[in-house]
Design a protein around this ligand. Structure first.
Ligand code: ADP
Length: 606
């Protein structure tokens, strides 16, 4: 905030206005007063002299009238009368003859001029107009103003002489000047007092204003604690009061806005969906952490970037399309290795007038959903396909039989055998599907019991050994100790059945199947290895998927459903274990699975 310059301040303006007012007032009063005073003093001065001159005129008139009788004494008399003229202001007084203009007498010491003709202009003028004439002139020697008067002395209407008088009127002007001086001093004092008053009054106004200014600046910084001091109940006081009231209201408004902002912030941060807000031109103004994570961008760098480029849809869409047409979009960021699909929902922000002020985008990770959907679709297609194959086979055999093959005693039993095999395979398939469906719907509960796994495993292997029709040897590498695990025997028999029957199916003539159990601290690892065809490296992981078969035709020929290992995986997982495979093409395959296990503690009873 800029500091107020002195010449722009209220202090300066107040003082200036006050001083100007005083100057104008004093000037008007002064000019009028001094002028009047000067006139008055001048008039008084002249009047006192006129009065004396009137008396003198009378005396001289008498004297001059007498002079006509006794001419010798006149000069002496005149000098006496003039000398008697007692006025300290009058510096000289002369008597001039009315007809000849000769100086008849003077009050000054310079008596030589008596008898000489007067040269004064003013007397000439008075003679001309036959009236009193006066003027003020500047005495060159003293530099003072002098007042000269030429007054005619009349007798019977005839001018018999003139009185010429010089008076020091300078005294009057000096008096006026002295009064002027007093007036000036008074004005200066008044100006000083008003300037002081101006400063004090300006301060009473400027202080609360400066205080309010400080408070406004503090408010701009977010500090609402300050208050303006309310002094008095005048307009400024009222303003200060209103300002404090406004501060309080602002503080409340700010607190509620801040609260709302925090609430919104915490909602945005803690929600699992991503949220992006843009302005009306489609530039990002807000993005929450989940959205930044989903799009793998940093929150700071995407601000004010175009939304369509962040969503990577600039090739297919314009921002305006999102405003007008789109409700939601599927954004597929899947790679060959990993599926990654987002759904973006859009809603337009409009004000009351319907003016679009921005767009809110909500991002939702639908990868899992899409994956499940895809798997479901695939599963339905697989099931339909798996069922259709045996059914079409059976139909063609049954058609052949209907068409007369039943009469052929050699072919008919073969055909019926095929249809029977296909029916059994379908039953197996449906049974397997039912098992999986039970496990998927979590209906299946494990019926767990503590079982010595070695005994259990041996028992299952024995059954296979007895039943096997191929020339395959079984090799058991099982610990001699007892290993007690808590398992559902039926379910685990199913696992072993599926794995061992695969090993037998894919074993060559004369091959060997090795059964191993390894004991670890927290688990046992069971492995069944064969020396069969093996599985290509890239397919090893996939064999546990439903309906996945490396060689479909071969599997079908061997009576497989493609669900055996998927069921085994579900059961092992239900027991809290893992299942996996390792294989070398042409050399053999090993299927491993683990089961949770706690080794028996040696205690004093044992
Ligand atoms: P299937 O009923 O076809 O055997 P499985 O789920 O049991 O279905 O096995 C899936 C696929 O894994 C089989 O089709 C086969 O290609 C492969 N497979 C499983 N076990 C072995 C094994 N021991 N040797 C070679 N391939 C195997």
């Amino acid at each position: 905030m800029k500091k107020v310059k002195f010449f722009q301040s209220i202090h300066f303006k107040f003082v200036l206005i006050y001083i100007l007012l005083i100057i104008v007032a004093m000037e008007i009063i002064g000019v009028y007063f001094i002028n009047k005073l000067e006139n008055q003093l001048e008039t008084n001065f002249k009047k006192s002299i006129y009065d004396q001159v009137d008396v003198l005129e009378y005396s001289i008139q008498n004297l001059l009238t007498k002079k006509q009788n006794q001419a010798d004494d006149v000069t002496v008399e005149v000098r006496k009368v003039l000398a008697d003229f007692n006025n300290s202001d009058v510096s000289e007084i002369r008597l001039i003859d009315g007809r000849s203009g000769v100086i008849m007498g003077t009050s000054s010491n310079n008596q030589e001029i008596v008898g000489q003709k007067t040269t004064e202009d003013i007397i000439k003028r008075a003679i001309a107009v036959n009236q009193r004439e006066d003027k003020i002139y500047m005495d060159k020697q003293t530099g003072e103003r002098m007042w000269v008067l030429a007054s005619p002395i009349k007798s019977n209407g005839e001018v018999i002489g003139f009185i010429y008088l010089v008076a020091k009127i300078e005294k009057v002007y000096r008096q006026v000047q002295a009064i002027n001086q007093i007036f000036m001093t008074g004005t200066v004092i008044a100006m000083m007092i008003t300037a002081l008053l101006g400063i004090i009054i300006a301060r009473t106004i400027s202080r609360p204003i400066a205080d309010m200014r400080k408070q406004a600046m503090a408010m701009a910084r977010g500090d609402f604690a300050r208050k303006v001091k309310v002094k008095g109940n005048d307009e400024i006081g009222q303003l200060a009061y209103s300002f404090n009231h406004m501060t309080k209201k602002l503080q409340e408004a700010q607190a509620s806005t801040e609260g709302e902002r925090r609430k919104l912030d915490s909602i945005l941060t803690h929600m699992t969906d991503g949220v992006i807000a843009t302005d009306r031109r489609g530039r990002v103004i807000l993005i929450n952490e989940p959205a930044a994570d989903m799009l793998d961008v940093s929150r700071e760098t995407v601000l004010s970037q175009p939304l369509i480029s962040i969503l990577k849809i600039e090739k297919e869409h314009q921002f305006e399309d999102l405003l007008t047409e789109q409700d939601s979009l599927i954004l597929d960021f899947s790679t060959d290795e990993e599926p990654y699909i987002l759904r973006a929902n859009f809603s337009v922000i409009q004000n009351e007038a319907g003016f679009v002020s921005g767009l809110i985008t909500v991002l939702h990770d639908v990868t899992e959903q899409e994956k499940i959907d895809m798997e479901r679709r695939e599963f339905v297609a697989n099931v339909s396909h798996e069922l259709r194959t045996p059914l079409t086979t059976m139909r063609s055999y049954l058609e052949a039989l209907t068409d007369g093959a039943w009469k052929d005693g050699k072919i008919a039993p073969q055909f019926l055998n095929v249809t029977q095999n296909e029916t059994e395979r379908m039953i197996r398939l449906v049974n397997d599907l039912l098992k999986l469906s039970k496990m998927d719907s979590k209906d299946e509960r494990l019926n767990k019991e503590w079982v010595n796994f070695i005994v259990f495993f041996n028992h299952v292997i024995d059954r296979f050994e007895v039943a096997k029709q191929q020339n395959v040897t079984f090799k058991r590498k099982l610990p001699k100790t007892e290993i007690f695990v808590e398992i559902d025997e039926d379910k685990l028999t199913q696992v072993l059945y599926n794995v061992i029957s695969n090993a037998l199916k894919y074993s060559p003539e004369g091959g060997q199947i090795t059964f191993k159990v390894k004991e670890f601290d927290d688990k046992i690892e069971v492995s069944i290895s064969d020396q069969g065809v093996g599985i290509p490296k890239e397919n090893v992981k996939k064999i546990f998927e439903r309906f996945y078969r490396v060689d479909k035709a071969r599997s079908r020929k061997l009576g497989g459903t493609g669900l055996g290992l998927a069921i085994a995986k579900e059961i092992v997982n239900l027991h809290g274990g893992n299942i996996w495979a390792s294989s070398k093409e042409g050399k053999g395959t090993t299927i491993y699975f683990t089961l949770p296990y706690e080794p028996a503690q040696e205690d004093e009873w044992s």
